[in-house]
Design a protein around this ligand. Sequence first.
Ligand SMILES: Cc1cc2nc3c(=O)[nH]c(=O)nc-3n(C[C@H](O)[C@H](O)[C@H](O)COP(=O)(O)OP(=O)(O)OC[C@H]3O[C@@H](n4cnc5c(N)ncnc54)[C@H](O)[C@@H]3O)c2cc1C
Length: 493
Amino acid sequence: MKTNSVIVIGAGIGGITAAIHLAGQGLHVTVLEKNARPGGRCDRISREGHHFDTGPTLLVMPLLYESEFAALGVSMGELLDLQRVDPTYHLVFDDGSRLALTSDMSKLRDQLEAIEPGSFQGLLRYIDEGHRHYHLSIEKLVCPDFRKASDFFKLSNLPLLYQVKPLSNHYANMAHYFDDPRLKAAFTFQDVYMGLSPFEAPATFSMMPYTELAHGVWYPRGGMYRVVEALVSLAREAGVEFVFNAPVARIDLNGKCAHGVVVDGQRLEAQAVLANADLPYVYRNLLPQDGHARKLAHKRYSCSVISFFWGVDRPYRELGAHTLFLADDYRQNFASIIRDLDLPANPSLYVHAPARLDPSMAPAGQDTLIAIVPVGHLSENGGQDWSALCDRARGHVFRRLRALGIHDLEQHIKFEVNFSPLSWQKRYNLLKGSTHGLCHNLTQLGYFRPDNRHPRYHNLYFTGASTRPGTGMPTAMVSGRQAAQRVLDDLRA
Ligand SMILES: Cc1cc2nc3c(=O)[nH]c(=O)nc-3n(C[C@H](O)[C@H](O)[C@H](O)COP(=O)(O)OP(=O)(O)OC[C@H]3O[C@@H](n4cnc5c(N)ncnc54)[C@H](O)[C@@H]3O)c2cc1C
């Protein structure tokens, strides 16, 4: 075994970030990835000149990216060619009314006042709350490296109980700011990014609409996969070795120690193992079935999505970069997804047209479209008919687009790639096909998420969406940095 060697399982954002930090400190780092390419959920499909980001489509929380790239010794602005997306989203409601969320406050005021007189004042108060929630949450919940209970349970954190409203429900909290249900929906739908319904999410998550309006939603030229490419080139420069098509079958253990991993029947040894594959999957599939694994099975998992990737032979300029169709039966929508693990009767859904932001994402005179329909995760009894649910979801996308005057999309689709929760499970080993892993309800938030180090095996570490701090690309970079620091501190101890 090489001294100071670390094996990273998985080349997702968290794994690559951790690898760069570790290699930068002189460690021998090997990243083993089951797929043929890096990125994990932040993946890319390219076909006939159409480029699809299959996971993330929004670069949000740019300040967090900036500080994480700075921690890697580089400037985000120099690495990525970023443009601000404004309006961020075009929202379309069931009654045909629309709202373009923009950081141009006078345009936003006019639109809000037309929906509900007096609501702009409500928005300003909501943004003020979001500002407080964002900065306190980043400082006290996202960025701290919680290694022991006393790092979280301390007197100075007590005021958080009223400062970031963790015990208030996000949707109910909206009544302080708006009456119109369309506005309540417009500033809470972002909870889906945490795999949560606004009817169960803590009001803390007003931080998301705040950061989108205040710091912006951004797009790197070349698409979100540019972030992966940038990280991989930093990793290679630092000396990280990547092995693709290398599915780890199990983590090799001896007593309280991880010795390495088994890949294709071969044992690979290392002084530390850092798992970036989603944490609940690692516990269930790569480790012995003990009490820890059983406890995790009972945790709450985020919802999933059905996605369609369409190469289209004509452009649809009536579509902005990010269009969201929000259903009137907002509450029922989430109940259907989260409680019934189903597809709602009238689902809210999202359509992304990346060529609006970067023409090179589609061949000239054509279009690249992505439609995402949130749906329940895989049920334990396997009773869901995914082929029928995908057909229904596809029909809903076509129906919704007709509201924008798009009637002929079906005739212009050259090819389709379709992901269901089964695809998310198979491609990235996400338990239950949950696109965001463990969800971020109160009991699984911040310190309460699983630790970045295994409680029993002292040299087995975790990074990624289901460990601390949580889901999202910049958060995965925080997670990678913190996990790497833990490895370094333990190896040096
Ligand atoms: C549809 C969708 C939309 C999203 N939208 C956004 C967005 O707009 N903005 C945003 O910031 N975030 C978004 N996210 C969340 C973001 O993509 C994730 O939180 C982040 O990419 C997770 O990174 P990770 O470090 O957990 O690694 P993962 O992406 O989980 O990668 C883990 C890697 O481990 C590999 N692996 C698994 N098992 C093994 C094994 N046995 N052996 C070897 N390798 C293995 C997997 O193949 C994978 O490459 C979205 C996610 C999805 C799915």
